[in-house]
Design a protein. Sequence first.
Length: 407
Amino acid sequence: MAFAVAWALATLAVGCAGAGPEVESTPLKTTSTPTSIHPTSRAIEGSASRPLLYQGLENDDIVERVVTLGVELDGTALGTVATATGVSWAPDGARLAFVTPGGMSVNVKPFLGEETTVFTAPTKFHPNYPWTTWSPDGESVAIINMWWCGDGSRTSTLVVIDPDTGNKLQEWGPFAFWDARGTEWGPTNFTQPRSFRWSPDGTRLLVAWDQVAIINVETGKFSLIFDGPAAAEWSPDGEGVYYLEMDGAKYSRNGAMSGLYFAPLGGDGKIDGEAIKVLDFLSAESESGAGYSPTGVTLMSLSPDGSTMAISSGSTELLRSRIRFYETRADGSITFSNPTRELSIEELVLAVEWAPDSSGVATFTMGESGASINVYEFAAQTWNTLATPEISLAQLESLPKILSWAR
């Protein structure tokens, strides 16, 4: 099902001037954003007690808008954290980064404080995509700046920013890892990106969109891992990439799960040999007898401590999902033949986020009664529902990152 394109139409238009002008470092600008943060909330380094951030609606007398809300683990509502989407936590839990509505600016703010503009898009026709990702050491923030041409060029540049000074550390591209259908005024449909992740050592970025690719942050070298839509994640040691093919996922958030592959990487970042098929997901689903439709939302996420890989698969038709957990072996590899833990959920899982200390996971789900934010604690083996945001599936489908806890 192709997703709503309000964000795309509002921000992307003609931009056919090649790779565009060189972007100079932007002076820092501090602004005050209205919030209703609970005064006792805290972001604690390395602790699962860090609040969860999620997408919800904010209403006033004039407009209804999608914003980022916060909730404590005891269910205390924190109100609006940022009037933007795609907010991400810094690794130490002290700051947030996000792209402002319309895609013009990248802002950074303490959890309880004012936001500062650290980067501005070159023009309104070349917006920043609303997904920020912090480097493992918290010293850099990466974004994707999008370019659109009506003649068929859909390219992007990778920009790495110093969140303290606003200096642009690196800019590489253009890259053609996303595609779209549309007109000269902008895309009408395009696939949602599924992964935007730093490698464990902070030297490369993994992008899974209409292609799965790795970009070396220092050199800008682009290495194609898989030429098609897929969910993807780094191996625990950063020496390879796991990716799950999504058949029929062109211009859609959803697709039919296919083979799960491991692509070992050489020193140059390219696949060392050929990708290895480690699991036939279609056969696994059929043999499980769960009766799930193979078409739905599929997600992959490695725990912050690198000990466990989570793979979530859900049926958009039945609004049912399953999350499987696979442990890392002593040699750094993962065996996918038998999950160490499996959770069946009678709702569609749209996002999975790990606790900062890897002690559990949070989910953003959609069921017959609406959306909910839930946390599963491994030790207690219990689910807790923390919030039930009033937001529709159609509104969520146009957003790439709707939940943040560990990152």
